[in-house]
Write a protein that binds this ligand. Structure first.
Ligand code: SAH
Ligand code: SF4
Length: 431
C-alpha cells in the first residue's frame, strides 16, 4: 500500500509540478519520506533517516523535507516539533495536496501540516497513474474499521471507504492499455469492498472481481490483504468461475488460538478460518495460502502458541509474514499485561518461521519438473541476459529466452529450486 501511495505522490508531483526523480539526495529540491507505523521498528527508522537528511538542509535551507504516511498521521505536530528540519507533514489521505503543501512551505516559515482524512477527495484529485509495466497496482478501498486491538491502521488511515466501481475499472483499463497484464487490487481489507456503481447500487468484492476479469488485457488478478470475516461464500465461489484469479490467496490469520483471536478482536475462530480454506480448496485443490502472524500478543501462553503451530501444520501455509507483537501507543492492547519475556517470544517466532519456511520449500521442490506460466517482469537481478518473472504462487523464476519476452506470459519447465527463487527452461510464450 505504501509503495502504491509513493508512486501516486510521484504521479502528482510530475503532473502538477513538473518534478522528476533523482537518486542522489544531495541533488534534490524536495526530499519525501513515506512512512509506516505498523510496528515500532518501522517508526524508529523515520527519525534516523531524517537525521541523515539534516546536513542537506543545513547546507541548502531551500531544500524542502516532507514526511508522509502513517507516522506523519500519528505524530502530526509533534513530528515537526521533534524534527525541526521537516517542512511538510502529510497523511495517507492528503497526498494529492502535496503540490499545494510544498508551495505553502516554500513561502512560509512554519512547518505545514495536513493529516486530515478527506474521503475520496484524494482519488478525485490525483492525476491518472503513470505507466507501471506488466504488473500494476490499484487501490480499491482505503482505511480500516475493524479496530483489531493491536493495530494502528484505523487511527492512521481512517475508516474504510471504497472507491466507486467505475473509477476502479477505468484505472485498470487505462493500465491495461499501457501494457499491464496482471493487476493487484489493494486495500487494508479488500474483501470489505462496497463500491457504488453508476446507478448508486452497492457492488461487493466478488462482483468487482467479475468486472475486473472482463477487462481486456488483464489475465491475472491478485489482491491483498483480505480479512477472514468478510471472506464470503460468494468470494470463495469466484475461484471456480474466474480463471484470471491466481492460485494464491493471502489471508492473514494472526493466531491459531481462539483465546488470543478474541483478545485481538479478530472476529473469527481457528475453526472458522480452516473452514474458509477447506471450501477454497474444493474449487482449487492446490491453492497456495499465505498469511500474517503475530507472535507474543500480550498474555500468549505456551498452549496458545501451540494452537498456532497446530493450525500452521493443518493448513500448510506457503511463504508468510510473521512478527513479534509490537506495542502501539493508543491501541487497546497497549495497556494489557505482557508477562512473557522477549526471549521466549523470539524462540516462538523462530519455530514458527522455520516450520513455514520448510513447508514453502517443500512446495517449491514439488514444482520441480512441472510446467509453470510466468509473467515476465523484466531482466533478472543478476544478469541482463536473463529474464525474470513470477509464477501464480508468487515464486520468482529466472530463465534464458531466445527473444525479448518482457511483459509476456511464458511457459517454463522448472529446472532448479533455490531458497529465494526458481530456475526455469523456456518452452514458449503462453498468451
Ligand atoms: N488488514 C490486514 C493487515 C494489515 S496490517 C489484516 O487485518 O489482515 C499487516 C500486518 O501487520 C497484520 O496482518 C499483522 O500481522 C501485522 N501487525 C499489525 N499490527 C501489529 C503490531 N502491533 N505488532 C506486530 N504486528 C502487527
Ligand atoms: Fe489492522 Fe488489519 Fe485489523 Fe484493520 S483488520 S485493524 S488493518 S490488522
Amino acid at each position: 500500500m505504501n509503495e502504491y501511495d509513493s508512486s501516486r505522490m510521484l504521479d502528482v508531483l510530475r503532473h502538477d509540478c513538473g518534478f522528476d526523480v533523482t537518486h542522489d539526495p544531495s541533488n534534490a529540491d524536495v526530499l519525501l519520506l513515506n512512512t509506516c507505523s505498523i510496528r515500532e521498528k518501522a517508526q524508529e527508522k523515520v527519525f534516523s533517516q531524517l537525521g541523515q537528511w539534516r546536513p542537506l538542509k543545513e547546507k541548502n535551507p531551500d531544500v524542502l523535507i516532507g514526511v508522509g504516511g502513517c507516522v506523519a498521521s500519528q505524530e502530526g505536530e509533534s513530528l515537526a516539533a521533534r524534527a525541526k528540519q521537516v517542512d511538510v507533514v502529510f497523511g495517507p489521505q492528503t497526498i494529492h495536496r502535496l503540490p499545494d503543501l510544498l508551495d505553502q512551505a516554500a513561502t512560509g516559515r512554519k512547518a505545514v501540516i495536513d493529516i486530515s482524512f478527506p474521503e475520496m477527495e484524494k482519488f478525485d484529485c490525483l492525476p491518472e497513474p503513470g505507466h507501471q509495466g506488466p504488473v500494476a497496482y490499484v487501490s480499491v478501498m482505503e482505511g480500516c474499521s475493524k479496530y483489531c486491538t493491536y493495530c494502528v491502521v484505523p487511527y492512521t488511515r481512517g475508516e474504510e471507504f471504497s472507491r466507486p466501481l467505475d473509477d476502479v475499472l477505468h484505472e485498470i483499463g487505462l493500465l491495461a492499455g499501457q501494457g499491464a497484464r496482471e493487476v493487484t487490487l489493494l486495500g487494508q481489507n479488500v474483501n470489505g469492498y462496497r463500491g457504488l456503481d453508476r446507478h448508486g447500487n452497492i457492488v461487493d468484492f466478488s462482483l468487482l472481481l467479475y468486472y475486473v476479469s472482463d477487462i481486456e488485457g488483464i489475465e491475472r488478478i491478485r489482491y491483498t490483504s483480505s480479512h477472514p470475516v468478510e471472506f464470503s461464500d460468494n468470494l470463495i465461489d469466484t475461484y471456480a468461475e474466474i480463471p484470471e484469479l491466481v492460485n494464491h490467496v493471502h489471508l492473514p490469520v494472526q493466531s491459531g488460538s481462539d483465546r488470543i483471536l478474541s483478545a485481538m478482536k479478530r472476529g473469527y475462530t481457528a475453526l472458522e478460518y480452516k473452514s474458509i480454506i477447506r471450501k477454497l480448496r474444493r474449487h482449487r485443490p492446490d491453492v497456495s495460502i499465505s498469511s500474517d502472524f503475530i507472535v507474543g500478543f500480550p498474555g500468549e501462553t505456551d498452549q496458545d502458541f501451540e494452537d498456532t503451530m497446530e493450525l500452521v501444520e493443518e493448513v500448510g501455509f506457503d511463504q508468510s509474514y510473521s512478527f513479534i507483537y509490537s506495542r502501539r501507543p493508543g491501541t487497546p492492547a497497549a495497556s494489557l499485561e505482557d508477562p512473557v519475556s522477549l526471549d521466549v517470544k523470539k524462540q516462538r517466532l523462530q519455530r514458527l518461521q522455520e516450520t513455514i519456511r520448510n513447508a514453502s520449500m517443500d512446495r517449491s521442490q514439488a514444482m520441480l519438473g512441472t510446467d509453470q506460466v510466468v509473467l515476465v517482469e523484466g531482466h533478472s537481478k543478476k544478469s541482463a541476459q536473463e529474464y525474470s518473472g513470477r509464477t501464480e504462487n508468487n515464486r520468482v523464476v529466472n530463465f534464458d529466452a531466445p527473444h525479448d519476452v518482457r511483459g509476456r506470459f511464458v511457459r517454463l519447465e522448472i529446472t532448479g529450486v533455490y531458497s529465494n527463487s526458481l530456475r526455469g527452461a523456456f518452452h514458449e510464450t503462453a498468451m
